[in-house]
Design a protein around this ligand. Sequence first.
Ligand SMILES: C[C@](O)(C(=O)O)[C@H](CC(=O)O)C(=O)O
Length: 300
Amino acid sequence: MGSTNRSSPGSRLREALQQEKPLQVAGVIHAYAALLAESAGFRALYVSGAGVANASYGLPDLGITTQGDVLEDVRRISSAVELPLLVDADTGFGSAFNIARTVREMIRAGAAGIHIEDQVAAKRCGHRPNKAIVSPAEMVDRIRSAADAKIDADFVLMARTDALASEGMEGAVARAQAYVEAGADMIFLEAAGSLEEYKAFTDVVKVPVLANVTEFGRTPLFTVDELAAAGVSLVLYPLSAFRAMNAAALKVYQTIREQGSQASVLGEMQTREELYRYLGYYDYERKLDALFAARNSEEE
Ligand SMILES: C[C@](O)(C(=O)O)[C@H](CC(=O)O)C(=O)O
């Protein structure tokens, strides 16, 4: 394990956890969405595996996208914002050596942490039926390989368990405890259906626990206060803004085709002024103007 680096993204994620409980983690589909989430006041952001597959590649979230595909989005997003990024690393993208490489490359790409899950490589969305999971021993190997590969001790290794659906609370707790023992810093309890389940889990799992309140899934849209009372430390909104963007985009495309003009949906659009605001556009423009002015005065 590498030495502790106070200013690393991992340490910033750990600091954010001290500032807010549960820490709200916003899914950001691209760098611009990250700028918007930052301006809305989030302290931590998320790169969703479904988001990379759906938005960047037009593919379903079924374990089709690769380590490199996710890393590319992570690099783009981490270079646009200072906020710590939690990244969905699916099943780790292969066996022990691949998982070790995933950890190191994610750190180099600017991620603050990743989660690795206990589904089989041919994974599914955690909120869909018929998920298959690997044995606890196989998942423990994944976590050990990931923990050994940390080149920054503060990098957050989160183990996700999808066991609730097939093994119930007892199985999920036993697995989580084994994953923590193997080096997981935090646990992602996927697809819990009630606050009682979160409470029963957090009562015995003594590391920070994440709740995924993805819409239209198995988990009701619990509020931060409800989740705090159930002992949850992080709450994830992986695709909320993406779903809203998609609905808005489809409406705009259909309107333009049907009406031959975008006039009736103009009021729903971000203006040029608003678009530029989050980019810091005018600062760039001022610098450009100053450069031109300096060059002009030299030429005079
Ligand atoms: C968290 C998740 O893995 C994701 O890729 O964002 C998905 C989200 C979703 O499909 O709604 C999940 O499996 O929960």
